[in-house]
Design a binder for this molecule. Sequence first.
Ligand code: CA
Ligand code: CA
Length: 226
Amino acid sequence: MKRSNRLIALAALFLCSTPVLAQTQTYLAHSNYDVDLDGWLVKDTINGVSSYYTPTWLANGGAPDGHMNFHDVTPGGYIFEAPDKFHGDFSAAIGNGGVFYDWGADWIMDDRVSSVTFWSGDIRLWASSGQGLATNVWHHFDYAFDMSVNWRIDYGLGAQTATMSDLYTVLSNVTDMNISGETWTGITETTWVDNPTIYMNVPAPGAFALLGLAGLVSKRRRRSVE
Ligand SMILES: [Ca+2]
Ligand SMILES: [Ca+2]
């Protein structure tokens, strides 16, 4: 066997022994609060009237390092509202990415969940955690943009189970994104957030090279059989 053939055979062996091609995550929108709030705000709504507040930025204590938190201010409900970089067309990540964030609170009623919501105009798309969330710990939530997640959609007629087509309708033109804050009836709780991220999975550069090599190997194999 020629030396070059041996090398290709070795590479092919490595490729075959790798069960899944390496993937890297590309962040399409991301905040880690390393230096400031990165433009995030809190929207509190009571009796249909919304007011904006500035959350507190903390340099430490996140997951890791900087994060933001907000202590409730009214008997209404509050959410964390994303800045402009979380708006736009994220359809490239459908079936190939998703959204994750780290979240926690010091008081959480048993029936409360943590949700991430995308709006496209008046259309609302959201995913939620389960109930019974532990207090005073960081929870990591990761929701893929596919049917493995119980995405819900509301076109103004009530919540329904979302389809891939519904995901496309909203995620191709996101006009607003928010993360739930309110966890307790009464002005009691503090909620904290770190690392909200819309991501897309792409094969690692090395994987492309191996794919090319695999093609070369199979071509040579075919030739030797002929
Ligand atoms: Ca952080
Ligand atoms: Ca409250």
